[in-house]
Design a protein around this ligand. Structure first.
Ligand SMILES: NS(=O)(=O)c1c2ccccc2cc2ccccc12
Ligand SMILES: [Zn+2]
Length: 261
């Protein structure tokens, strides 16, 4: 049923090109960001995230990550400014992480990986009627990437990690209301930006990536809770721990990475 893809040896990132040939395309994500080679573009304004009236709906395990979805029927929560020509609506956010003691970010910075990476997914509702239409357009999506490094407890991440036991199995979903992702942003919104793709199949080359330079800090214990999730469903006898759900960096193929001031 459909295309089964995953992060294992047989169905992982090195095999995705068989069902998704765009995996070897010219604007694939993630990439290794080399700060010294990024172009300081003074025309790049600040990123403005207006999440104050956002409405989270639910939290779910889609078999690849844990996803928090938002109401996106109006412009109540948008990101704008920076490289974006108009506001993009927040649709969902999710995470990528490693195994115990291992790093699991998707983007790397001069070869350095972080423990995890948070992706806030937005779509261009000014130009496109639906998320699905935007997801296949070259300027359809904007994903805000935030690195997570381990250290002290993150006081707001508890709201998410305390809910993970309810979505342990693939296909599980539960109500998750009143969560404002603004509490997950670092203090500085300085960023790198480049044109790329979804980092999971179908790997559409439709994403304006905005990767924040400053990581947020979360505790090892909080990271450990992500690893209690399973890739597998409740009805499956095999239980596979959800970890290392990240795609490694892809060829830059001559793309320019720009840096905000
Ligand atoms: N890693 S990702 O942000 O490319 C991504 C999406 C990106 C754009 C639109 C939808 C996406 C859905 C995802 C679902 C799970 C994991 C990554 C996902
Ligand atoms: Zn992602």
């Amino acid at each position: 049923t459909g295309n089964q893809w995953g992060y294992g040896k047989e169905d992982g990132p090195s095999a995705w090109h068989r069902s998704y040939p765009v995996a070897k395309g010219s604007r694939q994500s993630p990439i290794d960001i080399i700060p010294e080679q990024a172009f300081h573009d003074n025309s790049l304004g600040p990123i403005i995230a207006n999440y104050d009236h956002c409405t989270s709906i639910n939290i779910s395990n889609n078999g690849h990550s844990v996803v928090v979805e938002f109401v996106d029927s109006d412009n109540r929560s948008v990101i704008q400014g920076g490289p974006l020509d108009n506001p993009y609506r927040l649709k969902q956010f999710h995470f990528h992480w490693g195994g115990k003691g291992c790093d699991g970010s998707e983007h790397t910075v001069a070869g350095y990986s972080y423990a995890s990476e948070l992706h806030l997914v937005h779509w261009n509702a000014v130009k496109y009627k639906t998320f699905a239409e935007a997801a296949t357009a070259p300027d359809g999506l904007a994903v805000l990437g935030i690195f997570l490094k381990t250290g002290d407890d993150h006081r707001w991440l508890h709201t998410i990690t305390d809910a993970l036991y309810m979505v342990k199995y693939k296909g599980s979903v539960t109500d998750f209301r009143g969560f404002n992702p603004k509490c997950l942003l670092p203090s500085s919104l300085h960023y790198w930006t480049y044109l790329g793709s979804l980092t999971t199949p179908p790997l559409h080359e439709s994403v304006v990536w905005i990767v924040l330079k400053q990581p947020i800090v979360v505790s090892d214990k909080q990271m450990g809770k992500f690893r209690t999730l399973l890739f597998t469903g409740e009805e499956e006898e095999e239980r596979i721990r959800m970890e290392n759900n990240f795609r490694p960096p892809q060829p830059l193929q001559g793309r320019k990475v720009r840096s905000s001031n």
